[in-house]
Design a protein around this ligand. Structure first.
Ligand SMILES: Nc1ncnc2c1ncn2[C@@H]1O[C@H](COP(=O)(O)OP(=O)(O)OP(=O)(O)O)[C@@H](O)[C@H]1O
Length: 230
């Protein structure tokens, strides 16, 4: 049985990549818990395996060993269609390069997950959800503005709004402040904390000390292991 209040539990995760004739171990029996209402950090030098672990917990990559469970249900890594449905319904993703469509408006970028997951939602309801997500992300730009014209900080907030528009239980963010100055980065962390305060679990990979400071628990990488830091 899962512990109550845990959004996602990863157990004994193993991952290796083939390097010529050898297998290079990146994750070796790694355990991670993401509780409701908390921001959990993954910290470590470049190349240590943060993105690999995030992708596994976000259901985007299949580990070579171990299991991941959301609300006590194991991810069905062998079933790509079921996995895609689970990701759409329960997981919000903020990727390193934001993954936005520059030629589309702010509104259309943010509503995209709703179009896939809630195609029968009425226009008014969709608009209300997008506006709510924009408020949650503290995004005060014209919804009809083209994303390509926004600043880096604004783009990051569009990515946050899009990730939360479906009210996911788990939000996964890969280096969310990497391209931002310190003041803008601080605002992003504040937004993540607000989103967690409403019950979501957040997992964030970072080497930004400011982000680390804003986490409830930080897992630090030390070679192919994850150690609980605080
Ligand atoms: N698809 C892949 N095939 C082979 N090797 C990979 C693959 N993905 C990642 N790796 C290797 O696994 C290691 C961990 O990569 P990962 O991207 O998870 O690190 P990271 O900690 O997120 O790094 P960064 O902070 O630079 O993003 C690296 O050595 C990388 O080269």
């Amino acid at each position: 049985m899962p512990e109550s209040g845990i959004v996602v539990q990863a157990r004994s995760i193993d991952m290796s990549y083939r390097d010529g004739n050898e297998w290079r171990v990146v994750l070796d029996s790694v355990d991670v818990d993401v509780p409701e209402g908390q921001v959990i950090g993954l910290q470590g030098p470049s190349g240590c395996g943060k993105t690999t672990l995030l992708n596994i917990i976000a259901g985007l990559a299949r580990p070579r060993g171990g299991s991941v469970a959301m609300a006590g249900r194991d991810y069905e890594f062998a079933k790509p269609v079921a996995m895609a449905g689970m990701r759409r319904r329960h997981i919000g993703l903020i990727s390193q390069n934001y993954g936005l469509i520059d030629d589309e408006s702010v509104f259309r970028n943010i509503e995209l997950p709703l179009k896939f997951d809630r195609p029968r939602l009425r226009r008014g309801e969709r608009r209300a959800k997008v506006e709510r997500a924009m408020r949650d992300a503290e995004l005060a730009v014209d919804p009809s503005a083209r994303v390509g014209r926004l600043s880096g900080g604004e783009k990051q907030r569009v990515a946050i709004a899009r990730a939360v528009v479906n009210s996911p239980q788990l939000l996964v963010a890969d280096e969310p402040t990497a391209a931002l100055d310190a003041a803008t980065g601080a605002k992003v962390i504040a937004r993540l904390r607000d989103i967690a305060a409403r019950g979501a679990g957040i997992l964030v990979a970072t080497h930004d000390p400011q982000v680390v400071e804003g986490c409830d628990v930080v897992y630090g990488f030390d070679g192919p292991r994850v150690l609980l830091r605080r």
